[in-house]
Design a protein around this ligand. Structure first.
Ligand code: LMR
Length: 339
């Protein structure tokens, strides 16, 4: 091609680019940065991966989700600030981590033995109480999109934890929740707030003595290598709120938002199914590793924990909001009188 023609062609394409920036933009994907603190092989990790895949499929490649697992993006409360600042678009922090945002009702989910089972829990998270709770995030620049389960927590340490008295003086790692702090103190333990990605090293170094986790987090973090005793108390719920930066979410084209909501619905179903199914497999893996003694309390032994921890409900009533707590009780049929 003669050089003048080539130059003209180059000029023409520059003019075209300048005249149709929207067309150019449409070909670049919308990027959603999704940061979380757990391993990929957990209910949350797997649900995030499914969301990534389905978001791309359902939008025909218009959306690309970049997942940052294991706290490689941000740790605990840092990640909520990053979302508010627009440094990430999507997160799924545990409900225990919303207190510092000033929405203390989220900590109600940390109350020990509040949910009889998963069905009772879902009457809250999948009903009007859950919906109203997510709406409380909007003035903070956050849209609440879904609840994901991780499962019910159990205690671990390097000494057997068979009775409430066994916790006396133990330094227990907790998430930044006033309710979990009160729970540990009710057992005579000394709660210590630490970001999740630091827990393994803190246990290994003896900075803390024990912690509480669903078995999936316990196993995938390798905590069985540094905790000799695990007691299957299932005393408290661990779950997440999937949240987005509000400005980002509301600016999405309506069809893209609808597709993402569908992807999220599928991811929610997966997270909740895995939270049910993975406990047995991960527990089996812990047992096989042979480094941790797993203790399953009898009905009477578990009842002792219930009696020791129920007073936390009354003590935390004002913190999490009486009315809110009543709405949970109404949805679940929980009886707050001492058993
Ligand atoms: C924790 O900090 O223990 C959990 O919130 C971690 C998680 O995201 O499951």
């Amino acid at each position: 091609m003669p050089s003048l023609a080539r130059r003209l062609l180059a000029l023409l394409s520059l003019v075209t680019l300048a005249a149709f920036p929207a067309a150019v933009l449409a070909s670049t994907p919308i990027v959603i940065r999704f940061s979380h603190v757990v391993a990929v092989d957990t209910p949350k990790g797997q649900a995030a991966e499914l969301f990534k895949r389905r978001a791309a499929e359902l939008t025909g490649g218009r959306v690309r989700v970049d997942v940052f697992p294991n706290g490689t993006g941000y740790k605990d409360y840092e990640e909520i600030q990053a979302l508010q600042l627009g440094a990430v678009e999507l997160l799924a922090p545990s409900l225990s981590k919303f207190g510092p945002l000033g929405v203390k009702e989220f900590e109600a989910f940390d109350l020990p033995f509040l949910f009889e089972d998963e069905a009772a829990l879902h009457r809250v998270t999948e009903g009007p109480v859950g919906k109203a709770l997510l709406l409380k995030l909007e003035p903070k620049g956050i849209v609440g999109l879904a609840f994901w389960d991780a499962g019910f927590k159990s205690f671990s340490a390097n000494r057997p934890l068979r009775r409430p008295e066994d916790f006396k003086g133990l330094r227990m790692r907790i998430q930044a929740s006033g309710v979990i702090d009160a729970q540990m103190r009710a057992l005579g333990a000394l709660p210590q707030v630490l970001p999740f990605p630091d827990v393994y090293r803190a246990l290994e170094a003896g900075v803390v003595d024990g912690c509480e986790n669903p078995v999936s987090n316990f196993y995938t973090q390798g905590m069985h290598r540094v905790q000799r005793h695990l007691t299957l108390t299932h005393h408290g719920y661990l779950g997440y709120a999937v949240i987005a930066n509000r400005r980002f979410w509301e600016a999405l084209p309506a069809d893209v938002r609808r597709a993402l909501e569908q992807a999220l619905g599928e991811a929610t179903a997966l997270a909740n199914r895995l939270s049910r199914e993975k406990e047995a497999a991960d527990l089996e893996a812990v047992r096989r590793a042979g480094t941790t003694v797993v203790f399953l309390p009898s009905r009477e032994e578990r009842q002792r924990f219930v009696r020791a921890l129920l007073p936390v409900h009354r003590a935390m009533e004002d913190r999490v909001g009486r009315e809110f707590l009543r709405s949970i009780h109404a949805a679940t049929g929980f009886d707050p009188t001492p058993r």
